[in-house]
Design a protein around this ligand. Structure first.
Ligand code: HEC
Ligand code: HEC
Length: 400
């Protein structure tokens, strides 16, 4: 302990000026604090503060409405939204499994080609699905309801359910101010908008990283030094030599865009998952995109990204950059669940073959050649983005 303290004092003395704030040591530090440079502190500060303010989606008139959140939560667990009556959103997005299912590939009526992503922090968008085929959370929520491989309910079935089930009809009226009407497609979209309002409330708690980040920004060295040293070293790599923050940027640890990190795109012999390239085509062809009549945004602002996004050949094999909060509780990883653990993910980045990277232009990923200790440090950092989640209270009744 004494020796560590001494090491820290010497480190501070050596870097005085370059360090955060070389304040005199008022209290002994729990363990050494790395000599963070001002530039590093600036980079780390960009990953917070957390939590972000709640989102309001202008394309969804019931976004952030408590009555819609409640209706959405009921619909989320309702197996009647599926053709077989057996599957709900929660079958794949399980609250006790990090809002995913722990499977490498989602299991619907058949096995799908992609993994079920977690729904944590999903409200912040702007693109949804591994390939960005959705430009709003509500549009993305329609897809599984209609897709025969997932829930396969059909528009008429969802509309009839909202009209005919007295409790759901009452919940609908509370959320939308009207009894369910005759327009089936509109009712399907409204169900999805309530589902979206609910999912936007799924925000991860503060983590050891957030406490460290705030302490560092505020110059509170005592609090900062409680952050494990391995996580500090991993963080230094993350924002430094390993450049993970080129894509895993900002408070959610994603820039919300797409990238190619060399995960194979073959689904089965002769068949590929083209990722973002196919997603953009599906987005353009969807009647539910933000340029269509179902958006509640009257300014045209919400559809701006969708209007201007270009489909480029380099989008082939790109997948959405996942946020990294709470991922240590998830796994398997990547769009196809091909990596089992965080150790495997970090090893992938360390050893990825440049030939695997099929993007045009300048690849942002290169084999990092990390030592075993560095790999362990990165994993320790990733684990510090994880917090204990209190158990969810029972779903409150819709119309008592
Ligand atoms: C059979 C399993 C399954 C069911 C049931 C299911 N999902 Fe999903 N969900 C997935 C998979 C797989 C993806 C990734 C899809 C893709 O990228 O093509 C996904 C993606 C999503 C996303 C995008 C998340 C992101 O990070 O972009 C949202 C939102 C979502 N689902 C909500 C729902 C809702 C709401 C329901 C119920 C109406 C539902 N899901 C039902 C498997 C499922
Ligand atoms: C070029 C942008 C880019 C860079 C740089 C990058 N990532 Fe990623 N990361 C992605 C993309 C895109 C995926 C999803 C790839 C897929 O599913 O095919 C991903 C997936 C992940 C996952 C899995 C998350 C999940 O839910 O499946 C982890 C963990 C991760 N990256 C950590 C890191 C670390 C650590 C570094 C630095 C060593 C890093 N990333 C560098 C873009 C990037």
């Amino acid at each position: 302990m004494i020796r560590r303290l001494l090491a820290w004092v010497l480190a501070v003395a050596a870097t005085a000026g370059a360090g955060v704030s070389a304040q005199p040591l008022a209290q002994p530090l729990a363990q050494p604090l790395l000599d963070w440079t001002e530039e590093e502190v600036t980079l780390i500060a960009r990953h917070g503060p957390w939590p972000l303010p709640p989102v309001r989606d202008p394309s969804n008139r019931v976004s952030a409405s408590p009555a819609a959140v409640r209706l959405g939560e009921h619909l989320f667990y309702d197996t009647r939204l599926s053709g077989t009556g057996q599957t709900s959103c929660a079958t794949c997005h399980r609250p006790d499994r990090n809002w995913s299912d722990g499977l490498a590939r989602a299991q619907g009526t058949v096995e799908l080609d992609r993994r079920t992503p977690s729904l944590w922090n999903v409200g912040y968008g702007p693109w949804f699905g591994w390939d960005g085929a959705g430009d709003s959370l509500w549009a993305q929520s329609i897809r599984p309801i209609l897709d025969p491989r997932e829930m396969g309910a059909g528009t008429g079935r969802v509309a009839a359910l909202l009209r005919e089930d007295a409790t759901l009809a009452c919940g609908y009226e509370k959320a939308f101010g009207d009894r369910p009407g005759r327009d089936d497609e509109r009712l399907l979209v409204d169900a999805a908008k309530a589902l979206a309002a609910f999912q936007a409330t799924l925000v991860t708690p503060r983590t050891p990283f957030d406490v460290f980040r705030d302490a560092l920004v505020n110059g509170d060295r005592v609090a900062a030094a409680r952050y494990p040293l391995a996580a500090q070293r991993g963080l230094r790599l993350f924002v430094g030599a390993a450049s993970c923050n080129a894509c895993h940027f900002g408070p959610r640890f994603t820039n919300g865009e797409f990238g190619d990190v060399g995960i194979p795109f073959f689904v089965r012999p002769g068949e590929v998952d083209s990722g973002r390239l196919g997603g953009l085509a599906r987005l353009a062809g969807s009647p539910f995109n933000l340029l269509g009549s179902h958006s509640d945004d009257t300014t045209g602002e919400a559809g701006r990204r969708t209007r201007h996004v270009q489909r480029l050949h380099s989008n082939f094999g790109e997948f959405r950059v996942p946020g990294l909060r709470q991922t240590a509780r998830g796994g398997p990883y990547m769009h196809n669940g091909s990596l089992a653990s965080l150790d495997d993910v970090v090893r992938h980045y360390s050893e990825v073959s440049p030939d695997r990277l099929h993007s045009d232009g300048v690849p942002l990923v290169r084999p990092l050649g990390l030592s075993a200790e560095e790999q362990g440090d990165l994993v320790a950092f990733l684990r510090s983005l994880d917090a204990e989640v209190p158990p969810r209270p029972p779903v409150p009744p819709l119309c008592p």
